[in-house]
Design a binder for this molecule. Structure first.
Ligand code: FES
Length: 157
């Protein structure tokens, strides 16, 4: 169950939207921030706030790759595997991330810090290989830079 203050904030967001669906991503992101991921309970709460069915919320949630319907680590790494990044060896970066973190794609590190996910083009094609950690984008990745970023993100956590 969400705190009354968060409920009020989300109700105000929905009330300011022209249609409930317009506020859906904001509502799901806020609930995700509260729970750590979009739990079944959160889907029900989003549905109630938005005046949608849980199935409609589920459809929206599974469309957006930044909405997580399974538990994730404290920080989610999205590493681009689309064509421009592929041309500059994103596969090498992905392999380095897997080795460094000791996880496969879709998995979370043993300490619960990072979840590693592949993603489609992030709009940073000229700066590939690219990834984001949480909301922070990083480009022109090399294995050495990845190591520095992971260390810095761990310290920021
Ligand atoms: S293809 Fe990777 S950011 Fe566009």
């Amino acid at each position: 169950m969400i705190p009354e203050s968060l409920k009020n904030t989300l109700e105000a967001r929905v009330a300011s939207a022209i249609t409930a669906r317009e506020a859906a991503v904001d509502v799901m992101k806020e609930l995700q921030a509260h729970y750590g991921w979009l739990t079944d309970e959160a889907v029900g709460e989003a549905a109630s706030l938005l005046g949608l069915s849980p199935l409609q919320v589920e459809e929206l949630a599974t469309f957006y790759e930044m909405i997580y319907r399974r538990p994730v680590g404290k920080k989610v790494i999205h590493v681009c595997d689309s064509i421009s990044c592929w041309c500059v060896d994103c596969e090498g970066i992905i392999e380095h991330l897997k080795k460094k973190l000791g996880v496969g794609l879709g998995e979370t590190t043993a300490d619960g810090m990072f979840t590693l996910l592949p993603c489609c083009c992030m709009g940073m094609c000229g700066d590939g290989p690219a990834m984001s950690v949480g909301d922070v984008p990083y480009g022109k990745l090399t294995p050495e830079l990845v190591d520095e970023i992971l260390e810095m993100e761990r310290q920021k956590a």
